[in-house]
Design a protein. Structure first.
Lengths: 141, 365, 1016
């Protein structure tokens, strides 16, 4: 079709760290692709793995969870739970040979505007190379 | 060295005798055991309180009409002591349920065999029962893996019960028809069986079990290879789960799925018409009812690390999907992340409820 | 009775000032917070990470900063300073100079265009001059208030009358060149000073070559280098060649512990700071080889030694005990360090980069300020606080906290801040606060059952958004979305006329949901929520699309894609808005009474502070007597008498009418939650039970002296602990008449592999008792066997003093502990020898000791675990109570309404205990002074029909806010405790839990909107 592929990446960002880091990336005028579509949540641990599965099956080319660094969670230990849940989901994708690289977990603190921009750039790059999520076109979901 | 109690009768009769003894001496007020429903040969689990009911009991029958873990949740916690005869995977399933507040082992005396495996219901119902069990026991006594059992049973490494009070030695027992050995694993087992027979030191035969384990491990490897999807990834998933009719029978019979109403049957993930329309606009086609893969992937994320591999789901699948084999494979991998063995210990934390600060350092970059 | 006021002045808006202001404002007082710089935050924003948890400094601070800026009880005066204070406590008049900002803060939208255009470059003080800013600038990118100010010293127009480029550029017309300094007078009841601390300037000091050698930097500069938001984006490079350093040296005590420059005090934080930096740097550069050159490693705080251990054993940081005598720079910028080891051996070693761990010193202007305000300074130029009065200045009515009266780390500053608040309360009028009328839900438009009618406002933000995003198109598209009744473009959504417009539109179009597409909800959501509330809508019927910070600013070169993304973001916000429901914040009644557990110094001070603020307190002590550990203390380094303090305090407690004293009682059961606790107290003597209802709990149960099993303790009456020795000195009764040789052994039961904890006070106690012994027996020879002498802060001078008086200090390593031998066990006259290795002479020394004094550490009480279970609060690995956050919530527990102070929290001295007790009282009062508090609106809710009672939610909740009811087997959410994180919701297998405001349905609707966007 010759059209460029514009990936869509859902980014669940925790309100306290990653969302703030994303704001800082903007305030610092750091540039990253428009593919990243942020969704604010209170804590990365609000993100049920089922959300990721849902987003993946509905055609999101990538799904990012951004949370506070381990130990920094505004809610004491939420991100540790996020990490375990993510590890489980990744293992499932791995075992099934599903494209686990479409899922990404990143710890981005409130002062890591540059890291947020870097993660967005890297992740979009990777997704760009992987191409559109096959679930976009497959009627069987 | 554990305590051991030996009888001079066949295993099935000895277990029934022990249950009768427990009821008659009022050490327990009821027993849960497999029994013949009627003369035509169908089976069910029965909670029996009168010893004459035991006439029809077949506690060691290698069939699983339901995973007893679910039933145990219904009848525990109990004030009155009961004895239950269940397969090792049923006991593990129940331990997983206890961790989820779905029952208790207090006042429950657990008996479980070293398990030769379970014959699929379908086979059991359709084939001649006498021949089936005859062949089955021939192989079990020889320490072989019976041909007729469920694929996941063949591949099961946990055929020795993990937390039973009393282990009934079955696998590799040459004299299974004339002798029965009970291993008493707990103080409770010793005190409850007091008066039933003489107790000496003794244990299961490690060599026999080890040899058998090696066979199972080999089977497991073969099984996991056999369920490698024809194509990888999404297409592979569709190959396997494309047949799914969405009955959710697999989750209904699952010992781990304790939810009153499965999340995936609730209204939580409902879509409205306009969303379907949008999706249609993009894809030009829509599978109905939707969310087949969503259900299976979602269920894996919910419970795979606790899967005890009992095989009940495959047994009930009307579309012949090897659900148990897939889940067992996925589950082994997810549980391995935490060195978790489902059903091993009631005090072991469910992986998703705890964490270690120093773990998965590679995640989050 | 002295006059009381409702107003209070806080000077300095660093973490201490912010904490004090928040505590005061939460008690319903009017706070004026005066800050010299253009932003609040103080030093913390400059820090990359904090020890010992490596928490991101800004992450933990920024919520507090916004809370402080938003609090209706706090008036900020930035770029301001206090010039005089007159009057008496309760009735003080303060003159405050508010300097001109030359930018109208109301109009400024912090877009930064002015700074881009400004031609004048100035060293950026925030980044330690490692980069430039402009003459018009924002102090740092996350500063609060988020406004630009003009530096009048450097502005071309203000100095030379030319330029005005900023004025031409500013799209909001915010530049105000005719702005003037103003002086205002504030009438307040009390003042809290928190002007903070400066860092030592090492220019020309100690031959370290700072500013001469390119690769020598200060620890503060290094911190900015490490920071992701710093001048180099967290990429540490040498100035000489822009390459990563491989060998990195830290030099400790630069500008501390140095009598030659009148700094015979320890800056307390630099050891940990260097350890932290070495760890973080090592994480940045894997091949880095950090070395720390030090005199003593003073890792004396809670869990600090574990951190030190981690640096050595996990990160491979090298620690060398030595003084650097010289640094030479080689041509390639490499630095050659000359240093001598303990045994006198001279060594040379080359490093790529040297970090000077600069000490902390009084603020430059403190002397002048102290003169103006008539407060005394101490010998080192810090604000003077007497012993046992840790938060007071010499002038009644003026209190002090933070680094102003001595070097402190962050938690100590926070403790001092809350402690100072407790001090001010007797001059302030505290009333029980009813919920503000505006907090009620009365008059709210009922939207339930109505279909959504959404109003969408798309902001231009001048050209900040409109310069990149086609905002007209976005608004037009929004207007076409289902349920959107109205969509329009606005120039500045946050301007007051636009807020009026929003209210008007709500009325005109009967809108019941509002979406604003503008900047970030983090800063502006509260404003818009307030606005729609004024228009009669429930404030939760609002959603924001962040099309500036996370769109136009981040995609400046892709206007088309940015427009399409903005469209997506608006669609998603509309989708969420469609599913929003009004949320209620339920009031939770607060019982004004407090329960204090433990009648030692901490418990008594806490109880008194609360009682003096007019609240009833029940004070429970398990012993027959009040006083706790202080009963065993007879001396204090300051020369003051602990026993006098104790009896005075006990008298006050016994006399105070508001304190109900229950000695010889123990806690049996505690139920309930913030504001509503019920506690059963049992008296073993009468076997009677009392039930108390109260609103807050303070845990002050203390700790105990370690009972040594080592060094022959128990084998001779001449082997004693430090407290036993103290009593001997006091009673003048030594087991062997006149003493000649006294050997002290430090770290007994501390800093051991299984208890990697420094007991903090033992080094100072050794100095104290050593000096006291010298007073009664000047001829006694004192030997101190130690690992590191940790006389932090102003205690350093007593270490110097004891050394000057001839005490011998013998350092030992954990594998070369001194050996104590008793020739005949239990014989009081037996020969007693101590064999120790002297690392200076490099040989063994055998001392015939008359007395061996073991500096036994502080152990947690075993019974802590029982109480912790009752309160459902955590203990750390050493059995001490674990606070909610080691930096910013040092006396709180994660569970609201429960606080901790004193030794129960960890080892500390009497002044620290008193400050912490006052802090715990303040924190408790911030709840107790309210008739009720509002629960969060964003909280978990349970669908009981679906709940299987599995208890997953209970396990993962950090706040004990959800529990399975054993009767019904259904989980129940405690609205008062739920913080709305949603951890439990995502753990719920049955789909029975949901999070209000972030429900499954809402979140699904948001990303369903996105995924299905048509691609080609």
């Amino acid at each position: 079709m010759g059209k460029t592929f514009n990936p869509k990446i859902t980014a669940f960002l925790c309100k306290w760290c990653s969302y703030t880091g994303a704001d800082l990336a903007g305030t610092s005028r750091l540039q990253y692709p428009t593919a990243i579509i942020p969704i604010k949540v209170m804590c990365s641990s609000r993100v049920d793995p089922v959300f990721l599965i849902r987003a993946f099956l509905k055609g999101a080319d990538g799904v990012l969870i951004g949370g506070c660094h381990p130990g920094d969670c505004h809610y004491e230990s939420g991100n540790y739970h996020t990490r375990r849940r993510f590890a489980i989901l990744q293992s499932i994708f791995d075992s099934l040979n599903l494209e686990k690289d479409r899922l990404r977990l990143s710890w981005i603190s409130a002062s890591e505007g540059p890291k947020f921009a870097r993660v967005c750039n890297e992740f979009t790059d990777k997704i760009q190379k992987m191409g559109p999520n096959p679930t976009r076109k497959n009627m069987f979901i | 060295m554990s305590k051991m109690l030996t009888t001079d009768h066949g295993a099935d009769k000895s277990v029934v005798d022990l249950l009768r003894f427990l009821l008659d001496t009022e050490k327990v007020s009821g027993v849960l055991t497999l029994r013949k429903t009627n003369t035509s040969g169908s089976l069910d689990y029965g909670l029996l309180t009168r010893s004459q009911e035991l006439d029809r009991a077949v506690p060691l029958m290698p069939v699983m009409p339901a995973n007893a873990a679910q039933s145990l949740s219904l009848i525990t916690p109990t004030q009155k002591p009961i004895a239950v005869v269940v397969k090792p995977c049923e006991l593990r399933g129940f331990v997983e349920r206890i961790k989820r507040e779905q029952g208790s082992l207090d006042n429950v005396l657990t008996l479980s065999p070293t398990c030769g495996g379970v014959i699929p219901l379908d086979t059991y119902i359709k084939k001649s029962k006498d021949n089936l069990t005859k062949d089955y026991y021939k192989q079990v006594k020889a320490g072989e893996i019976p041909e007729s059992i469920r694929p996941t049973c063949k591949a099961c490494e946990y055929f020795v019960p993990m937390t039973a009070d009393i282990t009934v030695s079955v696998v590799g027992e040459q004299n299974l028809d004339s002798k029965c050995r009970f291993i008493l694993n707990s103080d409770k087992a010793v005190s409850m069986t007091e008066g039933f027979g003489s107790v000496e030191n003794g244990d299961l035969d490690a060599k026999i079990l080890d040899d058998h384990l090696k066979k199972r491990e080999k089977e497991k490897k073969a099984l996991f290879e056999s369920i490698k999807f024809k194509q990888d990834g999404l297409d592979g998933m569709i190959d396997v789960f494309g047949k799914c009719i969405g009955c959710h029978g697999c989750s209904r019979v699952c010992p781990i799925c304790y939810c009153l109403l499965c999340d995936f049957e609730s209204r939580n993930f409902d879509q409205n018409v306009s969303l379907f329309e949008k999706e249609l606009e993009q894809k030009g086609a829509l599978r109905l009812p939707p969310d087949t893969l969503f259900f299976h992937l979602g269920r894996m994320s919910h419970m795979s690390f606790s899967c005890v591999g009992c095989g009940q789901c495959t047994d009930v699948c009307p579309a012949d999907i090897p659900v148990a084999s897939v889940f067992k494979k996925i589950g082994e991998n997810t549980a391995a992340l935490f060195d978790y063995v489902p059903g091993k210990d009631v005090n072991e934390d469910i992986p998703v409820l705890v964490f270690k600060e120093e773990e998965f350092k590679e995640l989050g970059e | 009775m002295a006059k009381k006021s409702k107003s209070v002045l806080v000077v300095g808006a660093g973490i201490a000032g912010i904490q004090a202001s928040l505590d005061l404002a939460e008690m319903g007082l009017d706070v004026h917070l005066v800050e010299e710089s253009p932003t609040i935050g103080g030093r913390m924003p400059q820090l990359d990470k904090t020890f010992p948890t490596n928490d991101c400094s800004m992450c933990i601070l920024s919520p507090k900063m916004s809370e402080c800026a938003r609090h209706p009880g706090i008036t900020l005066h930035t770029l301001s300073s206090v010039t005089s204070i007159t009057g008496d406590p309760g009735n003080l008049k303060c003159r405050v100079l508010k300097r001109a900002k030359y930018v109208d803060p109301v109009k400024c939208v912090a877009c930064g265009l002015c700074e881009e255009k400004c031609p004048v470059k100035v060293d950026d003080a925030f980044d330690m001059a490692l980069r430039k800013r402009k003459a018009i600038s924002r102090y740092f990118l996350q500063s609060i208030p988020a406004e630009y100010t003009i530096d009048k010293e450097h502005c071309l127009y203000l100095t030379k009358g030319v330029c005005k480029l900023c004025e031409k550029t500013c799209p909001a017309g915010a530049i105000k060149f005719d702005d003037k300094d103003q002086e205002v007078e504030l009438k307040v009841g009390a003042v809290i000073m928190a002007t903070g601390i400066d860092a030592f300037n090492p220019i020309g000091f100690g031959h370290f070559g700072y500013h001469l050698y390119k690769n020598v930097v200060t620890s503060l500069e290094f911190e900015r280098m490490l920071s992701a938001s710093g001048p180099f984006g967290g990429h540490v490079v040498k100035a000489s060649d822009q390459k990563e350093p491989k060998k990195l040296a830290f030099i400790q005590c630069v500008g501390s512990r140095d009598e030659s420059i009148n700094k015979n005090y320890c800056s307390s934080a630099c050891c940990m700071f260097a350890i932290k930096q070495s760890i973080i740097a090592k994480e940045h550069i894997k091949a880095l080889e950090p070395t720390v050159f030090y005199m003593d490693i003073r890792a004396f705080g809670k869990d600090f030694d574990k951190y030190y251990d981690k640096a050595q054993n996990q990160y491979g940081v090298k620690f060398i005990r030595s003084k650097i005598s010289e640094i030479r720079e080689k041509e390639d910028g490499t630095l050659k360090l000359k240093y001598s080891l303990e045994n006198g051996e001279i060594r040379y070693e080359q490093f790529d980069m040297v970090v000077l761990s600069i000490g902390l010193e009084p603020r430059k202007n403190l002397e002048a300020l102290a003169g103006q305000l008539d407060i005394n300074l101490n010998e080192f130029g810090f604000c003077r606080s007497e012993a046992f009065k840790p938060v007071q200045t010499s002038r009644p009515g003026i209190y002090v906290c933070g680094g102003m009266n001595g070097p402190k780390d962050i938690p100590e500053s926070v403790v001092a801040a809350s402690g100072a608040v407790a001090g001010t309360l007797k001059s302030l009028k505290i009333e029980r606060q009813a919920l503000a009328a505006s907090d009620g839900e009365s008059g709210e438009i009922n939207v339930i059952g109505e279909r959504p009618r959404i109003g969408t406002f798309v902001c231009h933000c001048g050209i900040n958004i409109a310069g990149v995003v086609d905002v007209k198109k976005v608004a037009a598209e929004a207007g076409e979305l289902p349920n959107v009744e109205h969509a329009e473009n606005v120039m500045y959504a946050c301007s007051s006329d636009c807020l009026e417009t929003i209210k008007q539109r709500i009325e005109e179009h009967h809108l019941n949901r509002i979406v604003v597409a503008a900047c970030t909800p983090r800063t502006h959501e509260p404003l818009f929520r307030e606005t729609i509330k004024e228009a009669g809508l429930n404030p939760y019927l609002f959603e924001m699309a962040n099309i500036r910070d996370q769109c136009s600013w981040a995609h400046m070169d892709e206007p088309e894609l940015a427009t399409s993304k903005a469209g997506d973001l608006v669609k998603m916000a509309v989708a969420k808005a469609r599913n929003l429901s009004p949320l209620e914040r339920l009031p939770i009644g607060i019982n004004p009474k407090a329960l204090v557990i433990g009648g030692g110094l901490a418990g008594m001070i806490a109880a008194l502070s609360i009682a003096e603020a007019g609240h009833e307190v029940v004070l429970v002590e398990k012993d027959k007597e009040l006083g706790g550990h202080v009963r065993k203390l007879y001396y204090h380094l300051s020369g003051k008498d602990p026993q006098a303090l104790l009896s005075e305090t006990i008298q006050k407690v016994k006399k105070h009418k508001a304190i109900e004293l229950l000695v010889n009682h123990e806690i049996q059961q505690i139920n309930g939650y913030v504001g509503n606790f019920t506690t059963t107290i049992h008296s073993p003597k009468t076997d009677k039970e009392t039930t108390v209802e109260h609103g807050a709990v303070i845990v002050a149960t203390g700790a105990k002296e370690h009972r040594p099993s080592e060094y022959g303790y128990g084998q001779s009456t001449r082997i004693v602990t430090q407290t036993e020795f103290e009593k001997m000195i006091h009673d003048q009764s030594f087991p062997k008449g006149r003493l000649r040789n006294v050997v002290m052994i430090q770290c007994v039961g501390s800093r051991e592999p299984d208890k990697m904890v420094c007991s903090r006070v033992c080094c100072s106690d050794a100095m104290k008792n050593g000096l006291e012994l010298k007073k009664v027996n000047p001829r006694a020879d004192i030997f101190v066997c130690y690992r590191d002498i940790r006389t932090y802060g102003f205690k350093e001078k007593y270490y110097t003093e004891l050394r000057d008086k001839g005490a011998m200090f013998l350092r030992f390593e954990p594998d070369g502990k001194p050996k104590v031998e008793v020739q005949t066990i239990d014989d009081p006259n037996s020969k007693l020898t101590v064999t120790a290795f002297d690392p200076i002479m490099e040989k063994e020394v055998v001392i015939a000791a008359d007395l061996v004094v073991l500096s036994a550490g502080i152990d947690a009480l075993e019974e802590n675990s029982t109480l912790a279970k009752m309160l459902k609060v955590p203990l750390n690995a050493d059995g001490m109570f674990l606070e909610a956050h080691v930096k910013l919530r040092p006396v709180d527990f994660a569970t609201d309404g429960i606080f901790v102070c004193g030794l129960a929290h960890g080892p500390k001295d009497m002044d620290e205990t008193m400050a912490q007790a006052q802090a715990a009282a303040s924190r408790a009062l911030s709840f107790l002074t309210k008739e009720s508090i509002l629960a969060e609106g964003t909280i978990a809710e349970i669908n009981a029909d679906l709940c299987s009672g599995c208890g997953y939610c209970e396990e993962v909740c950090a706040y004990t806010a959800i529990e399975v009811n054993p009767e019904t087997q259904v989980a129940e959410v405690n609205d008062a405790l739920c913080k709305g994180c949603g951890t439990c919701v995502a753990s719920c297998r049955c789909g029975a839990l949901d999070l209000r405001g972030f429900s499954n349905k809402q979140l699904f609707s948001v990303f369903n909107e996105l995924e299905l966007i048509k691609e080609d």
